[in-house]
Design a protein around this ligand. Structure first.
Ligand SMILES: [Zn+2]
Length: 322
């Protein structure tokens, strides 16, 4: 478009905007704004299963220096800018999933635990979705970081899902419950070990263990995806001929999809996490499978496309019908 044309289009748009504002200007005072976000849950079907994504909320924190330990801060800021995210901030999203298989109600990961302002909203959003924690049959945990296990326990210390079996990876449990591993951990990681022991003590009588490739519930299969933690697990959901991937923490934020070589600050084994990420995303892209990302923007369902050396997350549009 030549410059004169561009200017005339822009001034035309501006005139149209002014004009429409004049026409639709309200004659009475504006209605008061609600000041509160709407409940955040989203439903869709996969085969015979009904899946509800339930938001636990979003954290917006100052960017940690070691957010991506093998990338420079400037490179991270450039990636944030490219993704239209605020620079020098880390925006972390948390989205547990609830699967109704028709016979069993299964929660996959549980959020950061209640009583927090902008993340820790799993319980109130679950209530808004009409799901009673007492009716949950099975809880499946992908790994033992606090943003996945803390929701197992209420603020008063009572188990959140009193009637559920709580399935955890045997490998993950062995790592975090090992006293030698805890003795060798740095200060930050020791807090993680202590948190795991606090939560596991509260739900001890409900615990059961799954192994790699085990069908945990009908059509819910564990796939070992180590690196983020030693027993980190993703899941394949299968119903009839349809399949869906639940990636868990293959990435902790969507800028890692475009920068798959970056380690995340919470990856216990960065090189292994990168290798796992590439293998998992190559498979997701090649098989064109829909995918849920715990840390993708709500409701976090979409596809992974491969673009030369990196990937792209393409969200699925909101669908008013199931
Ligand atoms: Zn996480």
């Amino acid at each position: 478009m030549v410059e004169a044309e561009r200017r005339s289009v822009l001034s035309g748009l501006a005139a149209a905007a002014l004009c429409s504002r004049a026409v639709i200007a309200p004659s009475s005072a504006a209605a008061p704004s609600s000041g509160k976000q709407a409940p955040a849950f989203y439903r869709f079907r996969m085969g015979n299963y009904e899946i509800t994504q339930v938001s636990d909320g979003v954290l917006n924190l100052p960017l940690a220096d070691a957010f991506a330990p093998n990338a420079k801060r400037d490179e991270v800021n450039a990636a944030l800018e490219k993704a239209f995210l605020p620079q020098d901030r880390m925006t972390l999203v948390f989205n547990p999933s609830i699967v109704n298989t028709g016979k069993r109600l299964v929660v996959i990961d549980t959020g950061r635990g209640e009583g927090r302002s902008t993340a820790g909203l799993f319980f109130e959003n679950m209530a808004a979705a009409g799901i009673d924690p007492k009716s949950v049959d099975t809880v499946v945990i992908s790994h033992f970081h606090s943003d996945h296990i803390n929701g197992l326990v209420r603020a008063d210390g009572a188990p959140t899902f009193p009637n559920a079996v709580i399935m955890v990876s045997a490998t993950e449990s062995e790592f975090w419950m090992d006293d030698g591993n805890m003795a060798r951990a740095n200060d930050r990681l020791v807090l993680n070990f202590k948190n795991v022991r606090r939560v596991m003590a509260a739900i001890q009588s409900q615990l059961a263990f799954y192994k790699n490739e085990q069908e945990i519930e009908s059509g819910i299969i564990a796939v070992a995806t180590p690196g983020h933690t030693p027993g980190h697990t993703s899941f394949v959901l299968q119903s009839g001929r349809e399949r869906l991937l639940i990636q868990s923490d293959i990435v902790i934020q969507d800028i890692f999809v475009r920068n798959p070589e970056w380690f995340a600050f919470s990856d216990l084994n960065g090189p292994q996490a990168v290798q796992t990420r590439r293998r998992f995303y190559d498979m997701a892209a090649a098989e064109r499978l829909p995918l849920l990302g715990y840390h993708f923007p709500f409701p976090s369902i979409g596809h992974i496309a491969k673009e030369e050396s990196h990937y792209q997350f393409i969200p699925t549009a909101w669908n008013p019908t199931l």
